[in-house]
Design a protein around this ligand. Structure first.
Ligand SMILES: [Zn+2]
Length: 192
């Protein structure tokens, strides 16, 4: 069991070595997902496992459970069963819990590809609502599902379009264009 205090991974100095930085990113993404999704339920995020048993990437994804504060966030890999807890997550920059009451609006279950999910997770400059939307993506068998209302989708499309517009790297721009296409297609379908 890997026990961590998120405070030790916040505001890392500039000279922090790569592995520590990647671990910090991994843990903060777990906190973002666990706080973007519902409390009191165990669910599978889209976050990949970072272990490499026998020099091969573990194909598992992070399964998370969060009860109300002050309980730590529990995470576990769906394949290798690597597991841990993260304490002191509340009110960190990665705590995406919704502060205001969300209005009940029809929610679409948008099915997206692994590549689109990765492109969305890497988007910079998301506002809090969009960040919550992206980190609440879940894995369901072989599918990745983005639960979103029409308004959420519109907002996210706006972000992706703006990002694709000023991206100068061609490969990253193609990735964003693919994401944009997938979201636009989903937005044009009726809620069911
Ligand atoms: Zn694993």
């Amino acid at each position: 069991m890997f026990v961590t205090d998120l405070h030790h991974f916040l505001d890392l100095p500039d000279d922090t070595p790569g592995p520590a930085r990647r671990l910090a990113e991994h843990l903060s993404n777990i906190v973002r997902a666990a706080t973007a999704g519902d409390a009191g339920t165990t669910w599978m995020t889209t976050l990949p496992c970072r272990r490499r048993p026998a020099h091969r990437s573990c194909p598992g994804r992070m399964i998370v459970f969060r009860s109300e504060f002050p309980a730590p966030i529990h995470w576990q890999c769906s394949v290798c069963h690597d597991e841990g807890v993260i304490s002191n997550w509340q009110d960190s920059p990665y705590d995406l819990r919704c502060r205001d009451l969300a209005l009940a609006r029809p929610i679409k279950e948008v099915v997206i590809s692994e590549k689109v999910a990765a492109a969305l997770r890497d988007l910079p400059l998301l506002d809090l609502d969009c960040e919550r939307l992206v980190f609440a993506m879940r894995s369901d068998d072989a599918r990745i599902i983005l639960p979103a209302t029409d308004d959420d989708l519109d907002e996210l499309i706006g972000f992706v379009a703006a990002e694709a517009n000023h991206e100068t790297n061609r490969r990253r721009q193609q990735r964003l264009d693919t994401a944009l296409e997938a979201l636009t297609d989903a937005a044009q379908k009726d809620v069911r």
